[in-house]
Design a protein around this ligand. Sequence first.
Ligand SMILES: Cc1cc2nc3c(=O)[nH]c(=O)nc-3n(C[C@H](O)[C@H](O)[C@H](O)COP(=O)(O)OP(=O)(O)OC[C@H]3O[C@@H](n4cnc5c(N)ncnc54)[C@H](O)[C@@H]3O)c2cc1C
Length: 454
Amino acid sequence: MEDVLPPTLLTGWGRTMPSRAVVVRPGSVDDVVTTVATAGPRGVLARGAGRSYGDAAQNGGGVVLDLAALSDVEVLDDGDVVAGAGAMLSDIVPLLLERGRFLPVTPGTRFITVGGAIAADVHGKNHHVDGSFGAHVRWVDLVTADGDVRRLAADGPPDDVALLAATIGGMGLTGVLVAARFATIPAPTPWVRVQTRRARDLDALMALMVEGDDDHRYSVAWVDGMARGARLGRGVLTRGDHARPDEAPRRGRAAAPLAAGPPRLDVPPVPVSPLNRLTLAAFNEMWFRKAPRSRDGEITGIAPFFYPLDAVGGWNRLYGRRGFLQYQFAVPDAGADVVRVSLERLAGIGAPSFLSVLKRFGPGRPESQLSFPIAGWTLAIDVPVRTPGLAAALDDLDGHVLAAGGRLYLAKDSRAVPATIAAGYPGLPSFRALRADVDPHGVFVSDLSRRLQL
Ligand SMILES: Cc1cc2nc3c(=O)[nH]c(=O)nc-3n(C[C@H](O)[C@H](O)[C@H](O)COP(=O)(O)OP(=O)(O)OC[C@H]3O[C@@H](n4cnc5c(N)ncnc54)[C@H](O)[C@@H]3O)c2cc1C
């Protein structure tokens, strides 16, 4: 039985751009089919856990499907996972660790759904080794606009393969994912062996990453977004690999901090954001100094390594009522300078940021037209939207990103214009053509797709 809620105000994680939609909670795949078949003029969109930052999981004036009830998970003997699209990665991780396996790709939060992981083709700290989530999908069940439930296998007929490819990264615009099977990777223990390096400036940080990332499965750099001048781009590089049994602490596997459980701290709604230039400069200074200059062989748990932010529930509320955005772009190696330009430009307007993350990407998936990663660099910077001069600074940075052959990440975007996305995603015309074919009446729409004319 499906549940229909009264029109509900929805936002993304950045808490900007709210819009109201009728939220339907289907109890079965049949309910999904019925909702799709009876869609009104404002269409239907699937929503996962609402962890995308902007308006990707909203459909103002239309219907939004919450697939929480489709959350069965099974780990097969070969280690693959078969899951309902509404299953949360936080529920899958403990099941995998018990069997000596781990997610093939995980973003920086485990509170997302399988549907959201595929629709945004999420990447993790191992993109340079394992690619994005979509690379590990064996098949999906997709409810299409005509009410069919299609099993699209990665090794299926060409039409299915093409629709699967477009669905990976397709931001919910090709249909409603209801289930998927994906491969996993070995994790002999629920521990990670970590190497830490502190870098005094951006050149040093990027050089370290280019030299040594390939020696580790995971790599990510926290960049001090408040550092200026000679210290611009200083940061802490953290790299890791799954620990072997002989490296696991003697307390043994049972006592290991599995990636389960609710956040340990919760942020209440705050009327005035405590995050400003002074507090963040102090925080970043402390964060930088707290990191060891160089350390090897530290053994840490899955949760602190992959999901440090998950320990603080509702941390997005720290940015106050007006919310925040994350500016994330990817550029090829030849455009590496855009990383510096971005940090300089945001420093120039005094943008307070405590979360700036730099990663290397391996090759992308051109067959998935809207999938974000391309080989090179990606930088993600959180900024409160109330920052004066932010809109002009980001418009300017868009120009640098595009000139370098780069693009913005749709799952993080809340402010780009159609031309910026069209220029960054050369596969967009082919995505549109495929969508027109499988969904000629435009049943699947979102605030994001309307804003960006996807
Ligand atoms: C703290 C934090 C850290 C993050 N770190 C990373 C990171 O390292 N790498 C990364 O890639 N991303 C990262 N993200 C972004 C996040 O992983 C993606 O936005 C992801 O898509 C969110 O999944 P969700 O289940 O919350 O989906 P939602 O945000 O609810 O939806 C995202 C998109 O998926 C579509 N969708 C959801 N479910 C379905 C379905 N069943 N069928 C069809 N379409 C569907 C929606 O329509 C929407 O377009 C991070 C986000 C946060 C808050």
